[in-house]
Design a protein around this ligand. Structure first.
Ligand code: 16G
Length: 251
């Protein structure tokens, strides 16, 4: 069945069954769930939906806007509304200290980063405390939107002591590669994972709906000597990540 037939109002529209835009929204959701509107396909233009359904364009716009809010549909500037493709979930082991680049490579995915900040800064009190920085010192900060296979996956803010990473601009692909070259790759880390609802800014960068589920991860990484090399605060897309841990009976 094609979309136009599916949206013909005689089978689903009832005059007194609640707001018109809600009924249309449900019908569009059904079309998406049934694959009549498959992932990445474009929704018919508003004008066309209004004609088929005999509803006003304001009603159609409202129904589509609701789907954009829930993340089922995305609006691409100048080219209309599209069904959002579900992102492939990635499993990350909680027992191996791997880098984002390595994690994605092992799944055959290429990584790219969008730089949001990279340079040398005055440390915040929190950075001074967590990295054990003496007063008057600077901190290297890198803040990236991390993408894999062209999908935004995570926002990562890393802070490192300047003697560990004297030139943050040197990091073009993998931070851990740069650290490895100078013999400063962390060997141990502790991390805390908590559930969050994404803020409007983070959601926009990650390409998901405002308030969508995310995982906030704080990682502190150490050298063999016990020195802290890196403190990261990351926000991962909740729909893209599964963190997996192997558990053993203690002896
Ligand atoms: C991982 C680490 C992050 C580290 C990054 C280095 C988590 C939660 N975070 O994403 O702390 O900075 O890898 O990746 O696992 P890179 O070497 O690809 O830059």
């Amino acid at each position: 069945m094609n979309v136009a037939e599916f949206l013909k109002p005689d089978t689903w529209f009832t005059a007194h069954a609640g707001p018109r835009y809600v009924q249309l929204r449900h019908r569009l959701e059904e079309a998406i769930n049934m694959g009549i509107l498959p992932p990445n396909s474009s929704l018919p233009p508003e004008r066309e939906i209004a004609e088929i359904t005999d509803l006003s364009r304001v009603t159609v716009r409202k129904a589509i806007h609701e789907l954009v809010k829930t993340g089922m549909v995305e609006q691409r500037q100048g080219s209309g509304s599209f069904v959002r493709a579900p992102v492939a979930r990635v499993e990350q082991s909680l027992s191996h200290l791997t880098s984002f680049t390595e994690d994605m490579k092992s799944r055959g995915l290429e990584t790219t980063s969008r730089w949001l900040e990279r340079g040398v800064f005055l440390p915040s009190p929190e950075e001074m405390m967590m990295l054990g920085l003496p007063s008057g010192s600077s901190v290297a900060r890198i803040y990236r939107l991390r993408e894999a296979g062209d999908q935004p996956m995570a926002l990562e803010r890393a802070s490192l002591p300047l003697d560990i990473l004297p030139n943050p601009v040197e990091v073009t692909v993998s931070l851990y590669d740069v650290l490895e070259r100078s013999g400063n790759r962390p060997v141990r880390a502790a991390q805390k994972i908590s559930a969050v609802n994404l803020t409007p800014e983070d959601a926009a960068l990650l390409g998901v709906a405002e308030g969508a589920a995310g995982l906030s991860i704080q990682r502190i990484s150490y050298l063999e000597s016990g020195r802290v090399v890196e403190v990261t605060k990351s926000v991962y897309r909740g729909d893209a990540y599964d963190f997996v841990a192997e558990l053993r009976l203690s002896d």
